[in-house]
Unconditional design. Structure first.
Length: 248
C-alpha cells in the first residue's frame, strides 16, 4: 500500500453517500460517469485517506472496458469484460454509486446466474502503450478467436474442439436441434448419438494449446498486431495474421 502523506490520515472505510454500502481497500466499485447515458466506471480501491479538513479522498485503479482501450472492442470481448489497467486516480466519495464483483475469467464461466454487479477480468492493460498481460490466450473454432462467454459454442464429439454455429454455417436454432456434432475434419459417418447437454457446455477457461498473441505495438502512429500460433508436437511452429487491434 502507498504511504500516507503528512497531514493525511489513513481511513479503513467509508460509506457511499445515500446508501448503507461500506467500501474498504481492495473492494471493486462502480463510479458515476459524467455522461449518464454510459455505464458506470469500474475500479478497485487502493487507498482511502482523510485530509486536515476531514475530506475523504479515495485512490482507485481503473478497470477499462474493451471499447475504452486502444484496440477497441473485438468479437471475443464479452459484455461484462473488464481490463485491470495501470491508470490510477484520486476520487471523492460522492463519485461512488455502488460495489461490484470482478471475477477471474475461469470463475465467471462457472456462474449459473450473472447479475448486473458481476464482471470478469482476464487481462491487465497498460493504458499508454495498449499492451496486455498475459500476451496470449487460448483460441477456438475456425475463426481462431479467444472464448467469448456470451456466445454459444458446440463441441465436436471426436476431437473435443469448440465451434461457433455461425462459423459452421448454421443458426443457433439449428445448432440446438443437433443430437450430435462432429466437425468436418473428424466426420467418418459412424458417429453415435449423444444428448444435447454435451454439446453446449462452456469451453475450459484454460483452453487448448492454440494461443492468440494480443500484445500491440505503437509505431509511426500505427498499431501493429502480432500473430496466432499453432503449436504442434510433430511440426514446426506456424502462424497466421490476426485482424488489426484498431477499429476502422
Amino acid at each position: 500500500m502507498a504511504e500516507t502523506k503528512p497531514g493525511r490520515k489513513h481511513v479503513d472505510s467509508f460509506t457511499i453517500h445515500g446508501t448503507n454500502i461500506i467500501v474498504k481497500v481492495g473492494d471493486n466499485v462502480l463510479l458515476r460517469p459524467l455522461d449518464t447515458t454510459k455505464p458506470p466506471y469500474a475500479a478497485v480501491v487502493e487507498k482511502i485517506e482523510k485530509d486536515k479538513r476531514n475530506n475523504i479522498e479515495v485512490l482507485v485503479r481503473w478497470y477499462y472496458r474493451p471499447e475504452d482501450s486502444i484496440g477497441g472492442r473485438r468479437q471475443f470481448h464479452g459484455e461484462k469484460e473488464l481490463f485491470l489497467s495501470d491508470h490510477y486516480d484520486v476520487q471523492n466519495t460522492y463519485a461512488f454509486e455502488g460495489k461490484c464483483v470482478v471475477h477471474s475469467f475461469k470463475d465467471y464461466t462457472k456462474l449459473e446466474n450473472v447479475t448486473a454487479e458481476d464482471y470478469y477480468c482476464r487481462f491487465e492493460y497498460k493504458a499508454v502503450t495498449g499492451a496486455f498481460t498475459p500476451e496470449s490466450v487460448a483460441v477456438y473454432c475456425k475463426c481462431e478467436m479467444p472464448y467469448n462467454p456470451d456466445e454459444l459454442m458446440v463441441q465436436c464429439e471426436e476431437c473435443m474442439d469448440w465451434y461457433h454455429p455461425k462459423c459452421l454455417g448454421m443458426t443457433i436454432e439449428e445448432a440446438k436441434k443437433l443430437e450430435l456434432f462432429v466437425c468436418s475434419e473428424c466426420s467418418s459417418g459412424d458417429e453415435l448419438k449423444k444428448p444435447l447437454a454435451t454439446l453446449f457446455a462452456s469451453p475450459r477457461a484454460d483452453g487448448k494449446v492454440m494461443t492468440c498473441i494480443l500484445h500491440v505495438h505503437a509505431y509511426s502512429n500505427q498499431i501493429m498486431s502480432q500473430h496466432l500460433f499453432f503449436p504442434s508436437a510433430n511440426a514446426q511452429l506456424s502462424s497466421v495474421p490476426i485482424p488489426s487491434l484498431v477499429q476502422s
